[in-house]
Design a protein around this ligand. Structure first.
Ligand code: DX5
Ligand code: ZN
Length: 213
């Protein structure tokens, strides 16, 4: 069964604590944090204190997506603040193994994310260390963008490379009631959704619809 990770980027940041509790009640499986440094992507979002404060309001796993130039610097901050999964961008680092092992040393699951134009073959060398692969179905930086139509093909290619290894495939960007089933059919395990979850305020109905229930 696919899991839904609402992106808190699309929530009202004045209500992050209560939103976390509402998302849990509504059936969300994880909470996705789009951390942006204003350099790797042209947007600036939030730091680790948000996770620390939100942790008091929910037992959901915290899925941290680092869209930053220097993930090594930020991993300890977010791990200490309550991250369960920390994902970095392959395009941002020279030495992926160094980043994966630091994430593991801090007791978190390690994910690698690929921008839309990054070839799938780039993750092949790390499939025996990484726990999750995050496929960007939009150009990272902002919510509310249009789903890139070639994404399902990329998901299938990743599933072929993973084989039967216990690696989760997560998809992020432009996920809605139309694109969710396409990604699920292609093999996605987790879908990140911001706009589609927070639109119209009926979180439970939106999450169930994204799951195809
Ligand atoms: C892009 C962000 C978005 C966000 C989801 O950097 O990572 O993909 O999580 O945005 P929506 O669901 O609004 O497309
Ligand atoms: Zn994200």
């Amino acid at each position: 069964m696919v899991k839904i990770a609402p992106s808190i980027l699309a929530a009202d940041s004045a209500k992050f604590g209560s939103e976390a509790a509402l998302l849990e009640t509504a059936g969300a499986d994880l909470i996705h944090f789009d951390v942006m440094d204003g350099h790797f992507v042209p947007n600036l979002t939030f730091g680790p204190k948000i996770l620390k404060d939100m942790k008091k309001h929910t037992d959901l796993m915290f899925d941290v997506h680092l869209m930053v130039c220097d993930p090594l610097r930020f991993i300890p901050w977010f791990a200490d603040a309550g991250a369960d999964i920390i994902t970095f961008h392959i395009e941002a680092v020279e030495n992926c193994r160094e980043v994966i092992s630091l994430i593991h040393r801090y007791g978190c699951k390690a994910g690698i994310s690929l921008k839309p134009h990054t070839e799938v073959s780039a993750i092949a060398p790390f499939c025996d260390e990484v726990d999750l692969i995050l496929v960007m179905s939009v150009e990272p930086g902002f919510g509310g963008q249009k789903f890139i139509e070639s994404t399902p093909k990329k998901i299938k290619q990743i599933k072929d490379i993973i084989g039967n290894r216990p690696i989760l495939t997560e998809v992020d960007g432009g996920i809605n009631m139309q694109t969710a089933p396409i990604c699920i059919d292609a093999g996605a395990d987790i879908l990140v959704a911001g706009t589609a979850v927070f639109a119209n305020g009926d979180y439970r109905r939106n999450i169930l619809a994204l799951k195809g229930e």
